[in-house]
Design a protein around this ligand. Sequence first.
Ligand code: URA
Length: 266
Amino acid sequence: MRWTERQRRMLAAMGVRLFEPRRVMAHDDEGVDEPETVEAAPRIDTAPPRATAARRPGRIAPSPPAAAVAPAGDVASMDWPALQAAVAGCRACGLCESRTQTVFGVGNAHAHLMIVGEAPGEQEDLQGEPFVGQAGKLLDNMLRAIGLTRAEAPPAQQVFIANTLKCRPPRNRNPEPSETARCAPYLNRQIELVQPRVVLAMGRFAAQALLATDEPIGKLRSRVHQRRGAPVVVTYHPAYLLRTLADKARAWDDLCLAATLLEQAR
Ligand code: URA
């Protein structure tokens, strides 16, 4: 993309370098550990080819009213409206007792880039949309810097944003493994239906849940993983970046990696 002078100055002020599309080469580096502080070359993990999704959904509509609880096994065959209804009515774990509402996700249901965060916080629980607090503002700015948005736009520009958990954990505590497991079928089905060209996992919980690993984020970022045929890039959570400015440049590198993959997938 072309940068305006104003954008260049802003990025320079943030201490981040400009995104210039480049080719990401696959190479086999199984078992190579990257220390948190080492800038590693992007790498692509190999995996079986992408499964064909049953059907691609249209733009998302507002969540329908709560429906009866769906058995977990059924989720895997749901279409988009059925999935929205199942999430809205979910009582699969204790989080349903304290939530104001479920947070399904926002954006384009055909998005080329799908972003996965951790769980709704207080504002998200109240407003029913992911990443609407301070962390969300940073996320929106980061997306804008690579020409993407959550606002209405074609699928190449409008992302879809979802969380690992659809309900807010009380007092924003960390998700329990059992909650992540109960919620996983919903996220899995969202990814299957959206069929993103790239998934960006933000933060440790999203990355570890998506990739079924307990590796620390410093070892997961900076490379391309494959998950059920979709490339996954891992980066820091925007809330962490608000507290740790020093890692913003690394997050920018991760974003550039995701943007490069999107360019290659065009
Ligand atoms: N943090 C997340 O991971 N998701 C949100 O929706 C809000 C904050």
